[in-house]
Design a protein around this ligand. Structure first.
Ligand SMILES: [Zn+2]
Length: 244
């Protein structure tokens, strides 16, 4: 087994713990640095380091606060497991440079998924992380003109979609598509737009038919975009081999 895989797993778990803090604090406008230590949202007690070990502490404490017995949401464990396993997957299927870029993408997408589902906003932290990943990928791949043009065209197309749909598509979604263009280039961008649209329709249509969603309901589309971009990014060599 390659030595990076367990390292990426641990890194994913630690960053997953930090992502949980961001998911809680960013939409509530609580500073990331203050309070410095994590506190239980129910009893306010500072959580000691040994109760704050990613994945393990949740299992040892059986998902409850040691002091007040408050049930810690499932999300904490899911985020840490998801990030550690996807970081490990990245390092297993990609080279080191690409695994770092793919892992930045995982961090951004996990963060925006949980924030967008609950608050209907895409955090700037996710947007800027994908932007940096896109700039790195563009520089390393040398496809500067192709990727910059993809980002620009994608932005213009989705600004148009936003206008035609009378703001049915959020500005956060438009920005997210545009920075993803920088990361993916033209061909893979087309794939990821298809994947985002199809997966979005497959999930949203049954809810609409059941009457849970009206035509004018706002739909958190960010997770569909983010996960499609991630899938296409890790499969891009395979996709290119199919076409060329
Ligand atoms: Zn507590």
């Amino acid at each position: 087994m390659r030595v990076e895989i367990p390292l990426f797993f641990v890194l994913g778990a630690v960053l997953g713990s930090f992502t949980n803090l961001l998911i809680y604090r960013l939409p509530r406008k609580i500073s990331i640095l203050n309070p410095r230590r994590s506190v239980c949202p129910n009893c306010g007690k500072v959580i000691p380091w040994y109760d704050n070990i990613p994945i393990l502490s949740y299992i040892i404490l059986r998902g409850r606060c040691r002091h007040c017995g408050w049930k810690i949401p499932w999300r904490y464990l899911i985020v840490e497991l998801l990030m550690s396993s996807l970081f490990a997957l990245n390092s297993a299927v990609l080279d080191l440079r690409e695994s770092i870029i793919a892992s930045m993408l995982v961090f951004a997408v996990v963060l925006l998924t949980f924030v967008d589902l609950e608050y209907m906003i895409i955090p700037d932290t996710s947007f800027f992380t994908i932007l940096i990943a896109g700039v790195l990928e563009t520089i390393f791949s040398g496809k500067i003109i192709a990727n910059v043009l993809t980002a620009a065209f994608t932005f213009l197309i989705f600004i148009g979609v936003r206008y035609i749909s009378k703001k049915g598509l959020g500005m956060g979604d438009v920005k997210l598509f545009a920075v993803s263009g920088l990361l993916l280039g033209p061909l893979n961008m087309i794939f990821s737009v298809f994947l985002a649209s199809i997966s979005g329709i497959l999930v949203i249509l049954p809810a609409m038919l059941k009457g849970n969603l009206g035509m004018r309901s706002r739909i958190p589309f960010g997770p569909f975009i983010g996960w499609s971009v991630y899938c296409v990014f890790i499969l891009k060599d395979w996709i290119e081999s199919l076409i060329i």
